[in-house]
Design a protein around this ligand. Sequence first.
Ligand code: S3P
Length: 171
Amino acid sequence: MSHVFLIGFMGAGKTTVSKQVALQLDRPWVDLDAEIEATARKSVREIFEDAGEEAFRELESAQLAALSGADPSIVACGGGIVVRDENRAMLKNLGLVVYLRVSPGETLARVGADGTRPLLSGPGGVLAATRLLEARESLYTAVADVTIDTVGRDIDDVIADAVASIKERRA
Ligand code: S3P
């Protein structure tokens, strides 16, 4: 048994899906952004504002690396986890990677206006989300063992697909 990482763009449903998957499989649940916030004693938004994106990425890589000795868990990753080469290598080495695919439009509809995502908070939301998602798509697919489309789908169906894929691969 190894870790299972839920990856994908902001608003893909990684947190909700991973939490339910962890409950159904009776495995520990880890939210990487929440771990970063607890360690830094700041919100993600504050880290971006005070120290910038690169500083956030450093904390994110360190938090991911810290999972190498932990009990096999279901891990919700931040949407930018795939940007660094070292993170993609760690994801592949440490477990099964489940990619939840979402569209820019649904991202904005789900989380665009809640103020918690610094990378979506500037002007030109749809264009910014589209460009960022396009730039990352190949990184998500390069590291994914399983891809699940979430666009227009009921969250319970997505959860059921994720559970089935993990059981199938005995991850
Ligand atoms: C980010 C996604 C966020 C959070 C941070 C950066 C990104 O996580 O880690 O705001 O670069 O896509 P969610 O994907 O959980 O929103």
